[in-house]
Each structure stands twice: as C-alpha cells, then as structure tokens.
Ligand binder design. Sequence first.
Ligand SMILES: C[S@@+](CC[C@H](N)C(=O)[O-])C[C@H]1O[C@@H](n2cnc3c(N)ncnc32)[C@H](O)[C@@H]1O
Length: 210
Amino acid sequence: MHENKWMKPDHVHQYLERAGTIPHRTEGEAVLVEHLPPQAGRVLDLGTGNGRLAAIVLDARPRCDVVAVDFSPAMLDSARERFAADARVEVAEHDLDDSLPAAWGRFDAVVSSFAIHHVSDVRKAALYAEVATHLHAGGAFLNLEHVSSPTEALHREFMQAMGSTTEDPSNHLASVDDNLEWMREAGLVDVDCAWKWRELALLVGRSPQA
Ligand SMILES: C[S@@+](CC[C@H](N)C(=O)[O-])C[C@H]1O[C@@H](n2cnc3c(N)ncnc32)[C@H](O)[C@@H]1O
C-alpha cells in the first residue's frame, strides 16, 4: 500500500495554508465552472478537502445540492465547518480507493480538484468507470487534476514554479493522455483537456445523451 499523507493533520494544514496560492488554479477553476451543466441540480465533489471547489460550484449554481466526500478527518472537519449552515451540502467520509456507493445515485456533474492523483493508475481507470455510471445522461465529469510532465526537465520546472523542493509520496501522477484514454474507456464522450498550465490540467468528459 502506498503512503498517503492526507490522513496526517500537519500535511492537511500545510496544504490549506497555501491552497489559495497555487499558481493559475483560479483559471482552471473558472474553466471548470464554464463546463458545469447549466441546470445542474446535483453535484458530487471527490476529494473535497475543505470544500473549496464545492463552494465554487455553489456560487455558480446556487440551486444545486452537493455531496462532498473525502477520507481525511482533518479535511472532513474543515469542510463540515465551512458548510455547517448550508443545507445544500452533505459532507461524507469516503475513501476513493473504495467503489463509489450505488446508493449515492446519479449526479448532473462529478467534479474534483487535485485529489484523484492520490490513487493508483489502476484505481483511477476504475474510478472513472464508476463516475460514468453515476452521471445522468449528458452529465459532466470535470476533473481539475495534477498530471505528470512529459519530461523530467519540465517536471523540475513545475516543481520550481510551485516552490517545491521535495516530491510528495502521496502523488501518483499520470499523463494527460492516459487520463483522457481512461475516461474514453469509461464510456465518456467529448473527452478533452479543456485547460492546462504545466502539471495542472482540467480533464473533461460527458455521459452520452440517451
Ligand atoms: C490537494 S488536496 C485537494 C483538496 C481540494 N479538492 C482542493 O482543491 O483544495 C487533496 C485531497 O484529496 C483527498 N484524498 C487523498 N486521497 C484520498 C482518498 N484515497 N480518498 C478520499 N480523499 C482522498 C485529501 O484528503 C485531500 O483533501
């Protein structure tokens, strides 16, 4: 089993302190919002952290309900605190290494930011297939993701741009192409990389119309 640091409160707090400073992330988030279905009524946020992306979705689609899931106790506490007075949001504990429960039903959009790269490539492909079965026809999968660089030199430049000097053992970075292929294999259509800055990419796809 690989190391996943997100169960450690220190790791969570260090991330939350700098989460707003990640270069260009607001651009990716803005493009993600553009891809939300106009009438989205129900949205699932995978690896919600403190609920940053769920809050952005709710700003854009105030009438929708969000199921926001994570497995880290410190992150779940933070998300529950953020949405304590918001009846539109259900914060739930879920490990992305486990199958998405059928009981959650279907969603108009499944979104995620910088979370799915913490599971193995085999699990990413399986998760995308599960996401596809949890989307209504025409629903969108919008994954703002940390992807791998095509070369070691580009990876070093990314690390420098991020101000990072050490590799995070929790990361299992896959290429844009591999991610898009797994999304197509999951049965999603109109699959594309809708935005990218270095190792940060917005990967989008839709459930086919009935
Ligand atoms: C980089 S943070 C991103 C949080 C938030 N989505 C954001 O954009 O700020 C990664 C998140 O993925 C969650 N995560 C990592 N591995 C997970 C797993 N196996 N199951 C559920 N959540 C996981 C972490 O707890 C953390 O909240």
